[in-house]
Design a protein around this ligand. Sequence first.
Ligand code: NDP
Length: 295
Amino acid sequence: MQIIDGKLVSETIKKQLAEKVTELKALGKKVPHLAAILVGTNPASETYVASKVKSCAEIGYNSTLLRFDAQISEQHLLDHIRSLNENADIDGILVQLPLPKHINEELVINTIDPNKDVDGFHPANVGRMVSGLPTFIPATPYGIMLLLEHYRIPTKGKHAVVIGRSHIVGTPMSILLSRNSYPGNCTVTICHSQTTNLKEICLQADIIVAAIGRPDFVTADMVKEGVVIIDVGINRIADATKKSGSRLVGDVNFKEVSEKASFITPVPGGVGPMTIAALLKNTYFASQGQQVKLN
Ligand code: NDP
């Protein structure tokens, strides 16, 4: 069994991007600039945005964090996005989700300039991804594709089971794994809360991507020997042995499933750091007026 070390791979990607920043500076060109919008004080969102901003600083990008009170009006938020769209110094815009209930997320995403939509959630970019055109691929699935490639994990002809159909993880993941090049060419089954025979389906899987949001959901009796496990879940559970009183676990019971897996991502240290590395890659491409083309 091999651990897929997302932390290590993400550090390699960040180093490569830092070198590109050094080159841009040497040529007297502007460095990539990411604008992040955070509405309210959701603790998980605070942590995610903070690590994105910190990673920008680490590799020499500029970043701007716009924080708004949870009561901000939808109109006011949209005005801020429009002004970032028009600001030539800003290359990438991300709005940390979820947003407060009174704000229409779809409207917010649709307002971001698709050329600055480094999260890849704008329908124009989703459409481009589905069509196999250069685009901004949502950071988590993009990060997973980079991991599969880095570890040269065979995907051609394999049965990939994606559990979860969200717009940010499960659905794009299923599309990317089914495309006609590496890493892809999988036969993909996408499962969700209405799937009736999940265990039987998982037992047929060569690759499982778990993006559910339920701790230890995938157990050893659900997987076959040699399975490749990509655990996207980030769940905080109580743990009295920790100073904080809690710890992070994935959607997969790592202890038991790792005994059967050929490759497995740990939580933390697997998909999470790759999500940030992929976002930084998208931002670099945006700053160069380009989008991402997978092989
Ligand atoms: P969502 O809540 O949007 O989607 C969860 C999906 O899981 C839904 O499609 C849901 O089905 C499905 N599901 C829920 N219960 C079951 C069940 N009992 N059986 C089968 N399917 C089920 O979550 P996200 O996709 O946003 O995130 C998933 C997890 O990944 C979370 O833990 C999140 O924190 C984590 N995450 C991690 C990231 C990282 O960087 N590592 C980035 C983004 C997310 P249905 O559609 O029918 O409701």
